[in-house]
Design a protein around this ligand. Sequence first.
Ligand code: DAH
Length: 345
Amino acid sequence: MKEELKNIKEKILEEIKKVQLPEEIKDLEKKYLGRKGEFTNLVKKIKDLTDEQKPIIGKLANDLKIELEETFSNLQKEIKTGVDDLKSRFTIDPTLQSSKKEVGHLHPNTIIQNEVVDIFYSMGFMILDGPELESEYYNFEALNIPTTHPAREMHDTYFVKTDKDFKKSEKMVLRTHTSSMQVRALEEFGAPIRAIFPGKCFRNEATDAAHDNTFYQLEGLMVDRNISIANLVSVMNTLLTQIFKKEVKTRLRPGYFPFVEPGFELDVNCLICGGKGCSVCGDGWVELIPCGLVHPRVIENGGLDPQEYSGFAFGMGLTRLVMMKYGIEDIRLLQSGDLRFTRQF
Ligand code: DAH
């Protein structure tokens, strides 16, 4: 039995030397140490030995088992870390295909946001970032939307657990629009100010081809002495010609938003159907930029005197702009994480 153990050990070590591929080590281990392995079968015979021999051979077999297990596990580790000289036994085939490394790229939202940011930057606007988890104050009250205001119903808001440390408001929300940055920016920088706030917004909406619960807006604010609708229209026209790289037809309609007075909807002639009417626009016009002159109360909330300062604000639907520029007919694709979609950009 002693002899048999010695032989099997030599046999195993001999076979290990012949191994060519890492997978073969596992097979070899199974062949000898597995449940029905040769070594295991040999060990089973110990029970038939005399009482005198049993402990002696038993110990020998046990030590050998531990030694072999260690040998196998060391080999596995060394192959993984590539330090084993076994590796040098593996022939290298340079004609084999290497695993492909994929390089990522920008999401269409980011591509368009960067373009728009560049345009505003060239017009002297600051680019500001703001919190997505916002206080009810900055998201609503500061913008002249008190709790009882019906306009709140249009914002299907995600309310978040109260944060007692927040001074100005009891409740926190996922911001429903980037307008939440208007008063923050006025408080921080005063006037004159030219700034844009691009970012993610959230609404608890039933989703369809035109609505998603997460989307991007790009808000703009300009406050100074003597700012009028003429400044607003001029900035909007410069913006749109540069974005679409051609003159686009626009129209201003009156629109109501509690934080601007007067308020407008700036519509763009649909670039998907050319103004004929399609599933995205309906009647050939796309509501793209709601805007207006900043409400005196908002100027006041920002710490400025509305007798002295006036301004304009706008809230562009960045996601909608992306859809128009690329002819995307379903908003949900943008956040779907479907690589077949994102790889096209
Ligand atoms: N915050 C508004 C919304 O998400 C959009 C908006 C309207 C922004 C008019 C503005 C504005 O700055 O002047 O519905």
